[in-house]
Every structure is written in C-alpha cells, then in structure tokens.
Design a protein around this ligand. Sequence first.
Ligand code: NAP
Length: 280
Amino acid sequence: MAELLNGKELAKEIRQKLKEKVEKEQLTPNLAVILCGNNEASKVYVRNKSKACDEVGIKFKEYLLPNETKQEELLELIDKLNQDESVDGILLQSPIPKGLNIQEAFARISPEKDVDGFNPYNVGKLTIGEDGFIPCTPYGIMKIFEKYKIDLEGKKAAIVGRSNIVGKPMAQCLLSHNATVTICHSKTKDLKQELKDADVIVAAVGKRNIIKADMVKEGVVVIDVGMNRNDEGKLCGDVDFENVSKKASYITPVPGGVGPMTIAMLMNNVVKAHLMKGTK
Ligand code: NAP
C-alpha cells in the first residue's frame, strides 16, 4: 500500500514559514487578482487564494471584470497594476471569457509581477534553467518530491497532459532534476504502453480514473493533479486511487495533495516578488 504524499500538511508548513518571515521582516507583500467573467469554480479558487493570503499576511485585492469585458479593457487594467508600485504580484485567474486572448494578457503582466509564471519571459527562464517564477502547480509538486526525498535523477517520468500551466512546465522541472521525461496527451496512441515502465507519473488531464492500476508498475510514484467530480459530486482526481494506491510506493490524494501546494507556492511567489522589488 502506497504512502500518502500529504500536500495539505506540507502546504500548511510552507504557509506558516512564510507568515513568520512576513512578520519577522515586517514585509508588506501585496497580490492583485483579476477575475474576469462568471466562472463559479474560479470564484472558489480565488476565495481560497484570498484566505491563504490572509493567513500569511499578504494584502489581497480582487478586481472583478464582467463577462462582456473587451480585450483592451483587460490589458488596461493589467497596465494599471503593472504601474502600481504597491502591487507585487498580479494573477489573472483562468479561464477568462471566450473571445478574450489569455496569452496576450499573460504576456502583458510585467515579468517581475508574474507570480503565476505564465509570461513568456518566465516560461523562457524556466526552460533555460534560470531563476524566475515557476508556475505554482509544478513548483508545488517539486516541493513534494523534495519533502519526501523522492530522487528523480535518472528516473523515467511520464506526464499525462501538456497544458501550458501544468504539463509543459512540469516537464521542464523534472528535466532540470535529471529525470528522463515523456509527455503524453490526447493524441498519444497507447497511453498504457507509455506509462508501464514509468517510475514517476504526473496525471494532469481532468478525466476521472484515466490512470488505472493495470497501466502502472509496482512501486511507481503517482502525482494526481486532476480535479474532477465523481457521481456523488465529491472531488476526485485523474487516478483510480483505490486500485493504483495498492501498487504505488507513494501517491497524492485528491483532495489534500497537489491542490493546497499550488496555493502555498503562489504565496511563496508573491513574497518572492515583494523581496525582489526591494532589491531593485
Ligand atoms: P487542460 O489544459 O485541459 O489540459 C489537459 C491535457 O490532458 C491536454 O494536454 C490534453 O491533451 C490531455 N488529455 C486529454 N485527454 C487525454 C487522454 N485521453 N489521454 C491523454 N491525455 C489527454 O487541463 P489543465 O489546465 O492542465 O488541468 C488538468 C487537470 O488538472 C484539470 O482537472 C484541472 O482542474 C486540474 N488542475 C489542478 C490544479 C491543482 O492545483 N490541483 C491546478 C491546475 C489544474 P491535448 O493537449 O492533446 O488536448
């Protein structure tokens, strides 16, 4: 039976350390969050980020834009926040309404305030192995590996999903720790074949039970990023947890695994942005 990778506990530890740092050094970090449109799930995510900010001592301000927002209006708000010296971090909650160009908006966020790490400048930094902002979900997963002393060097890692926010930056993080990385996606011909020898699997698809026990080897480390609902409406991941956990050596639960780590690393990035401002 696999050992649980307790992201909830680790996230709590990280938030506590950040809180102590903020208090001791009398820091005044500040996060601006743009919520554009009426996505109910986004509202919940933003509320959770706001709660974490409160806990750590980060000032949080939410900017609500209606569904009918025009691209220029969104860019204008980003420009305003870029120029506002009291703002350390800017986060544009995705998804945004159809018709708006999220890549253009991410690119407009000043790289020093890009706490989600989605600006092409920070994407490039991650790719060439320079210090910048690492997207919070892969960053949180790397912290889980570190905490549980899971050595990645020379390991076969398979990522399922190639989104810009999870799959691709995850591949860069694993590569930088000397894993041999395979990235699978919806056009992958035989997922089971790609996963069967993997020492580490990161599932980031958004489809319940897509990773089954007969696809993985004994002793595999499984990271489940997926956030889905089961028939009873309960939160669940992409992995058939009940059966895969019998074969895995380590596994993240959903909830209580990757989700809380994503928010903790956002807090970390906002404090980092604040400290960077002080050094300019
Ligand atoms: P996304 O942008 O929708 O990407 C999903 C990826 O899965 C795509 O690359 C897609 O391939 C691939 N895929 C779809 N069907 C597949 C299949 N049958 N076999 C293999 N690959 C398949 O999603 P995302 O934003 O990365 O999020 C993924 C999941 O993680 C969602 O459930 C999301 O809610 C969750 N999430 C959780 C956190 C957290 O903090 N816990 C953070 C972010 C996201 P193509 O590229 O070919 O379409």
